[in-house]
Design a binder for this molecule. Sequence first.
Ligand code: EPU
Length: 413
Amino acid sequence: MRPGPPLSGTVRVSGAKNSALKLMAACLLAGGRYRLDNVPRISDVDSMGRLLEALGVGSAWAEASSLSVEVPDQPEVVAPYELVERMRASVVVLGPLVARYGRAKVAMPGGDDFGPRPVDIHLRGLEALGATVETAHGYIEAWADRLAGTRLVLEFPSHTATDNLLMAATLAKGTTVIENAAREPEVSDLAAFLNRMGARIEGAGTSRIEVEGVDELSPADHAVIPDRVEAATFLAAVGLAGGEVVVEGARYDHMDMLIAKLADMGLRISPTSGGLWVQAAGRPRAVDVATLPYPGVATDYKPLLVALLSVSEGVGIVSENVFPSGRFRYVDELRRMGADIRTEGHHAVVRGVERLSGAPVRAPDVRAGAALVLAGLVAEGQTEVADAHHVDRGYERLADKLACLGADVARCR
Ligand code: EPU
């Protein structure tokens, strides 16, 4: 990767990772055949496919981005450690399994590069719905004859806990209200899918979701919403490299805060009939950024914004408010590329430099890996991003897509 020309052309975003994974788990709620369209061909989807396979669920690519899922009437209920360990999102099979089959045994997901990632909100919610939950020997075991609807107040609007409890509540007896629910577009996508399966959910996308439990659900087809973090990656790429690009499929209404931030930095962004148009010329201007649960600026955008701030004019202060660890591990890698960044707890002070310098770096996680690739676009000399398998977890052919826009980037292995 070498500093290249400004980017130009059109790029299409794939389906949202953080919706597709939950939709796949939601299939456990009813036996039969499903078709999910616009599913991204990423390794996390493969990991979820392997986990479902261990539960007796078949999944196969019907077309390039269409996944066919076949759920038996009585799947297995044990999600083993080797599979859960690969991907924390595996914990979303817990809610559907307990709700539909009365029992689940799911390996306890560990911490990761963001620091400890507890699942207490998931477990407390399931208990409030009437499940007995025990954790021992690295496994969560939960069981219930039938869950019973109740009022849940989440301590934090956790995205995946909202998904898990929403799925569990669809088959509970009576009404469940989830207060302080996560409002991410992917939660709304999951609710739309569940409603197609026969669930009765209202309020998804707001902090108060109401679920009227039903006796059974049936299979449905659904197309996954576009991935807003992938879309953001292309917007940030244009901010760094300059140029003019159309990001097909990107939804303005899923990205308002980020777009406002990028506009403050000097990018021009407007909706087109099927996506977003973005143009950037010259150095971006530094701004301050504070991550917040949706509709705030997502923590997943942060590494992209830090990469952008690294070459902006001025100083930007970036504050992490979603993950307790601060989630700044990639900053050391950016520093190795000449970025001037100081971190202190939850905060990073980024002083823009004129130019980064290419270096061998290591991707610590999926979004940070993408940010390092973007930094490489404007760094002098060659940048090689090791551990690119992290990037593959959430991006479908990132290097190819950037190369189609004129970037000098290739996947080495
Ligand atoms: N939290 C708890 N207890 C819980 C659950 C969460 O304390 O039971 C805390 C977490 O420790 C964290 C905060 O709540 O401090 C937010 O976590 P959340 O549960 O919302 O995150 P998540 O659902 O595990 C999803 C995405 C992440 C994204 C976060 C925040 C999926 C599969 N993952 O994780 O995406 O960063 O929401 O928006 O949906 C990614 O795509 O690379 C990624 C990491």
